[in-house]
Ligand binder design. Structure first.
Ligand code: GLA
Length: 502
């Protein structure tokens, strides 16, 4: 019998069910400005029998689930994910209650936090969170003319996170040229989070001491025949806790243009608290898209809001040329595969001037085997994904270089027709993907997501063709007149070919 039915029966005979015991921590708790987080931190706790659940919402991260919440020694203990603090991916938190008042202790970045709170509601939290300026209404669609093919380049985040400076960026530009990566098509040198300093008295954002002269840096990168990108966030703080563009959108767009930047990656961090629905997120991205356009400088606009609110449907209209479809990649096969196979965005929404972005490359960072990295590259190329390298370019091994500069593989990614390939057949751990190309040929990829090598037979029908006249292996360059009887695909590996119909 269900609990509801049982309760109804008890009620008819005039009895009530004993309420399920709650912990004293159940409910919504607010903590005002726990430095370094601006605004209110909200903690929500619910218990059901012995099971406790909860989440903590800050201006930086929006809601973060409590991991392993439990009561020990009268305190509520839990861990919380700290997505952008590489050195401490999770932190321990504890809450004690004295006379019904909560006391929260933990750590954000370098700052230990110990703060008293009070009972409240989500509504109170929002009202106190921030005195923020009204967003402009959604403006007209911004016409996109950049990125006819998916952008290619390098970004600092995957390898360096916040440990980035002027010297390293220049060294990456040098290495981009000396390795031949520039000539293979990689053009953007993108500074991700961690360059920002404080705003001056007029509100103009200054770089921090590690970037003494942004304009000189941009000039240097340009002098190498490369383009340069920068990063900001729509909230008051970026994901790594630096100054965001909140309240300074036009001013920041102008600085980026004046310094000579060609690309902006715009994150959602700390905007999540008040830009919490499709409408406000879209308006906020449009606000920056329009501000970039108003500068008169051509800048690629990269939307980084992890694929929320169906961004592929409106990314172009806010001036975006690429939009992330997922949370952050990490340098391991399970995460890369989850993103690349299953969270790479709707192919119907991608095409010239607007691309699904399953996040930056990890090739060369060392966390995956050669077969796994080949799968990574093959998936990104088949998906017409932006190819933003994420390793230290100075330490590009010959094997990594060969993988990143394979002209045939890059050509699949950069094909002018701009079709995002997709799975046409799945068989156990095996997947066959197809991507039609501008010249009428079809790229086919075979992926083996399993842990043991497997054989698979391809047919002309996989490519949507009635017969096949030529087969070219994209990784080796070998050509054949017909499909072989079968392909052996290594565990977690991939094969990529291009076929031509009769
Ligand atoms: C978010 C983004 C990452 C990176 C970091 C920087 O997590 O998704 O790609 O830009 O912020 O803090």
């Amino acid at each position: 019998m269900s609990r509801a039915l049982f309760a109804a029966l008890m009620a008819t005979i005039g009895m009530t069910m004993p309420a399920a015991a709650k912990t004293p921590f159940d409910g919504v708790w607010l903590f005002d400005k726990a430095p370094p987080t601006p605004g209110v931190t909200m903690m929500e706790v619910r218990s059901k029998g012995a099971k406790i659940e909860g989440r903590v919402t800050t201006l930086w991260y929006g809601p973060v689930e409590m991991l392993n919440p439990r009561i020990e020694g009268g305190k509520l203990l839990f861990e919380a994910r700290n997505i952008n603090d590489r050195d401490h991916p999770t932190r321990n938190w504890s809450v004690s209650l004295t006379d019904g008042k909560p006391h929260l202790e933990g750590q954000i970045w370098e700052s230990p936090i110990a703060i008293d709170g009070y009972r409240g509601t989500a509504r109170d939290a929002k009202a106190r969170a921030f005195k923020f300026a009204a967003l402009p209404p959604l403006g007209r669609p911004i016409p996109g003319k950049l990125a006819a093919t998916p952008p290619m380049g390098w970004s600092s985040w995957n390898k360096f996170a916040e440990h980035i400076d002027d010297r390293t960026v220049r060294a990456m530009a040098d290495a981009m040229v000396s390795t031949g990566l520039r000539d293979a098509g990689y053009r953007y040198i993108n500074i991700d989070d961690g360059w920002q300093g404080k705003r001056d008295a007029n509100g103009v954002l200054q770089p921090n001491a590690k970037f003494p002269d942004m304009k000189a840096l941009a000039d240097y990168v340009h002098s190498k025949g490369l383009k340069i990108g920068i990063y900001s966030s729509q909230g008051p703080r970026t994901c790594a806790g630096y100054e965001g563009s909140y309240g300074h959108v036009a001013q920041d767009a102008k600085s980026f243009a004046d310094w000579g930047f060609d690309y902006l990656k715009y994150d959602l961090c700390s905007g999540e608290w008040f830009y919490a629905d499709a409408d406000t997120v879209q308006r906020s991205y449009h606000e920056m898209g329009a501000a970039l356009q108003a500068t008169g400088r051509e800048m690629i606009f990269s939307l980084c809001e992890y694929g929320r609110f169906d961004v592929g449907r409106w990314g172009r209209d806010v001036g975006g040329q690429l939009w992330r479809t997922t949370g952050d990649i990490t340098d391991d096969y399970p995460t890369m595969a989850k993103i690349g196979f299953d969270r790479n965005g709707d192919p119907a929404l991608a095409g010239p001037h607007g691309w699904n972005d399953p996040d930056m490359l990890e090739v060369g960072n060392g966390g995956m085997s050669a077969d796994e990295y080949r799968t990574h590259m093959t998936l990104w190329a088949m998906s017409a994904a932006p190819l933003m390298m994420g390793h230290d370019l100075r330490e590009t091994s010959p094997e990594t270089l060969a993988m990143l500069t394979n002209r045939r593989v890059i050509a699949i990614d950069q094909d002018a027709r701009g079709v995002q390939g997709k799975a046409v057949r799945k068989q156990g751990a095996l997947e066959v993907w197809a991507k039609p190309l501008a010249d009428g040929r079809v790229a086919l990829a075979l992926f083996n997501r399993g842990g043991a090598s497997a054989a698979l037979t391809l047919t002309a029908a996989d490519a949507g063709l009635s017969s096949i006249a030529q087969v070219e292996d994209q990784w080796s360059g070998a050509t054949m007149a017909a499909l072989p009887a079968s392909y052996a695909v290594p565990a977690r590996g991939a094969v990529m070919i291009v076929v031509k119909g009769q």
